[in-house]
Design a binder for this molecule. Structure first.
Ligand SMILES: Nc1nc2c(ncn2[C@@H]2O[C@H](COP(=O)(O)OP(=O)(O)O)[C@@H](O)[C@H]2O)c(=O)[nH]1
Ligand SMILES: [Mg+2]
Length: 386
């Protein structure tokens, strides 16, 4: 039940129980939680279980503590929590979809978190409510990035108009992504009108975030060690904007040169969004320059794509893709978890390896003995439990 894909990425944690403990631990490192009792654990012991109504009402009121707990419920892998979380989500669904969803990717050190801090503060000053989610598949290996973000988004995390939530540590990208998508919906129901999803440029995480957001930006650097060849063409193809960060001080001239180079490269790349020309922009997250312009660009993007229908078309296809991914995941889990299939598998594998039957025949054999009804009975309690 952990991933959309049938292949497990190499960085995935093989021990599934690590997912649970990661989620427990995340509560202590959640940037928005500044209650010291929380970190010490004494708070956890005292808190009572919230009812479904209390969670739904709390989220609608925009209570950050209850929102946090609703997300923890979503992130839980326990079957009991699954059913409750889905009922909460179902009730909140009519209140979702109104936020602007922005994705930010780039190599570690590009300045994504610093930019979100400056950008987010600017938006809060202008009356917006910002939720920041991070998808970092490497966070199971090291908590470094989360701890780093804690200081980098220091002022933003203390603002009542902002909510910052790192993704649960561990698990496969598919599992983390599924939870992040549902977390995003919860934040929308709580009234956040701009959702920013930060991901470190590792593996497939950019594609995953692209599949959740309306506007996607790639943050890049200039200067030593970050020549253009280092940026994969595939990532540029996903971007609606390329932001050359750290365009400040001695770096400004180089940043301007890089901008020209990116602009020339973009000409040869298919735009990520129909009818929207991707461009390169200069910014400095530290000096807070170029950020108001970037917000202006995003506003124009929204206006144009809404008028052309591309905005809604993308949202619709993202929703259906998500459903398909979950069907894949569900059937995959059922099939490979079925006792009859796992029992016969070694023998069939042998037959394939010895050339007795072809892989195609093997699949036909296995599918013939697979009984969806029987297999789903095992899963039934997970999906129907109250
Ligand atoms: N000079 C300069 N340094 C920056 C800028 N943005 C970020 N940095 C620095 O770059 C480092 C990495 O920033 P961080 O936001 O953690 O990058 P992330 O890994 O992409 O999230 C930090 O030391 C920042 O202070 C900028 O606009 N100008
Ligand atoms: Mg970061």
């Amino acid at each position: 039940m952990s991933g959309y894909t049938t292949t497990t990425p190499e960085w995935a944690v093989s021990n599934q129980s690590a997912v649970m403990s990661g989620i427990e631990g995340i509560k202590d490192t959640t940037v928005g939680n500044i209650n010291p009792a929380y970190a010490s654990g004494s708070f956890k012991a005292k808190r009572k279980n919230l009812t479904e109504d209390e969670i739904v009402e709390g989220v609608i009121k925009g209570d950050r503590m209850i929102l946090s707990r609703a997300i923890t419920l979503i992130e839980s892998n326990s079957p009991k929590h699954f059913a409750k979380a889905q009922r909460v989500l179902q009730r909140l669904l009519p209140r979702t979809g109104k936020a602007l969803r922005i994705g930010i990717t780039g190599v570690p050190g590009a300045g994504k978190s610093t930019m979100i801090e400056s950008f987010g503060n600017m938006l809060c000053d202008n009356g917006h409510k910002i939720a920041v989610l991070t998808i970092d598949p490497t966070s199971s290996v090291t908590r470094g990035s989360i701890l780093g973000d804690k200081t980098r988004m220091g002022t933003l995390s203390r603002r009542p108009e902002a909510f910052i939530r790192p993704s649960p540590a561990g698990g496969t990208l598919g599992g983390v992504a599924k939870k992040s998508r549902e977390t995003m919906l919860m934040c929308e129901a709580a009234g956040y009108d701009v959702i920013i999803i930060e991901t470190v440029g590792v593996g497939q995480s950019e594609t995953t975030v692209r599949s959740m957001v309306d506007f996607f930006m790639l943050v890049v650097l200039t200067g030593a060690g970050d020549d253009l060849q280092g940026i994969k063409k595939g990532i540029m193809e996903l971007a609606d904007a390329i932001v050359i960060n750290k365009a400040d001080g001695d770096n400004l001239i180089r940043a301007k040169v890089a901008r020209g180079e990116y602009e020339r490269m973009i000409e040869f790349i298919r735009p990520a969004t129909e009818g929207w020309p991707t461009h390169a922009y200069l910014a400095s997250a530290v000096e807070k320059t170029g950020l108001a312009e970037l917000w202006q660009v995003i506003q124009v993007f929204k206006k144009l794509t809404t008028e052309s229908g591309v905005f809604q078309k993308r949202r619709d296809s993202q929703l259906l893709d998500w459903m398909h991914a979950m069907i894949d995941e569900y059937l995959h889990t059922l099939f490979f978890g079925d006792a009859v299939i796992t029992g016969r598998m070694p023998e069939i594998k042998e037959a394939v390896l010895h050339g007795v039957i072809s892989p195609t025949q093997a699949v036909a054999e296995l599918v013939k003995m697979f009984d969806v009804k029987r297999a789903s009975e095992r899963q039934a309690d997970i999906f129907s439990e109250n």
